[in-house]
Design a protein around this ligand. Sequence first.
Ligand code: AMP
Length: 351
Amino acid sequence: MNPNRTVGILGGGQLARMLAMAAADLGFNTHIYCPDRDCPAAQVANKVVFGNYADDKNLADFAKNIDVLTYEFENIETKALDELEKIVVIRPSIKSLKISQDRFTEKSYLNSIDIKTTQFYKIDEVSDIGKLLIKVKKPLLLKTRRLGYDGKGQVLIKTSNDIKKHFQGNKPSSLIAEEVINFDRELSVIIVRDQEGNIKTFEPGENVHENGILKTTTLPSLIDNKLKNNAKQIAKKIVDNLNYIGVMGVEFFLKEHELFVNEIAPRVHNSGHWTMDGSYSSQFQQHIRAIMDLPLISTERHSDIVMYNLIGKLTNDLVSSELAKVYIYGKKDSRPGRKMGHVNLIKKKGS
Ligand code: AMP
C-alpha cells in the first residue's frame, strides 16, 4: 500500500468533505477543485483550487498534481473531463457520468438493459405536453433533463391549465415527462465496484422524501429479503454493465412488489450516510478504496439506524440526543431546503 498519493475531487460540498475525511483515514491527500471559497470540503482538505468548472487551463493544472480524479456531483461538462482524462485517471468513468447526468439518457439506458423505470417521454416543445396529457390521461411529472436535483426543476401537470401556468410564454429547455407512480415505498442501494470487478453492496435503506428532498433513511427496511436481494441484483447489473469503479447510489420506487429505478448517481449518495455509523464500513471509505485500488471491505450492517437530514436551519433537538452521531457540514449560510448536516440515530441491532 502506498498512501502517499492524492485524490482530486471536483466539487467541494458535503460529499467531498466526507470523502476527504475518509481519504485522510487511509493516509491519502485530498485536493479539492470548486468555485466557492467557503465550500464545506475546504475546511478538511490538503489543498483547494478555486476555479470555474469551465476553466480548462485551471482544471488541467489541478489534474497535474493528483493521482486519481473523482467527483461529488453529476452536472459537470464532460467536454472538460475528456481533456482531463488525457492527464489523469478519472473514476467513475466519464461514460457513467454522461448517462446519469441526463434523465432521458439515464432512463433509456436502464430500459436498454431491461431495468424497469417509470414510464417517461421526451419533451421538446410545450405543445408536446398537452398532446401527451390527452394521450396518457394521467398526471405527469415534468423534470428538467439536466441540472435537476432534490426535486428542483420539477412540475406536476394534471390539467391543461397547469401547462399554461408553468410553461406559457417560455420555451422549455429539454424536459422529460414521467408518469406519476403511487409508490408504496422508496428504497436505495449503495453499491461499490472495484477495477477487478469485485462488488460489495450495502443493505437497501428505506427513504422518505419531503418536497423532493431526502428527509430520512431507515435501516432495516421492513420489505422482505427477496425484494432486498432483487434491488441489490439490479444495482449489480448496472455497475457490471458500466464496468463501473467506485460507489454508486441507485434509487428505487417499490410498488406492489415491483421495483422501478428512479435514478442512478455515479457517486456517494445522501441515502448512504447511514453507513458511517450503521455498518462496518462507510460508503466514503469504500469509494476511496475502490478508486485508489485498495481492497473493498465488509458492508455488513451492525446496527439499526435512522439518518435524519438537517435541512434549512440547524436545530438542537436531534443534535443533543444520546445516541446521535452528528455531522455538520460547515456551511456559512442556511436557507430553506439547504442540507446543513445530518444525524445518524443509532439503535442496537434488533433492539
Ligand atoms: P428525483 O429528483 O427524480 O429524485 O425526485 C425526487 C423525489 O420526487 C423522489 O424521490 C420521489 O419522492 C418524487 N418523485 C420523482 N419522480 C416521481 C414519479 N415519477 N412519481 C412519483 N414520485 C416521484
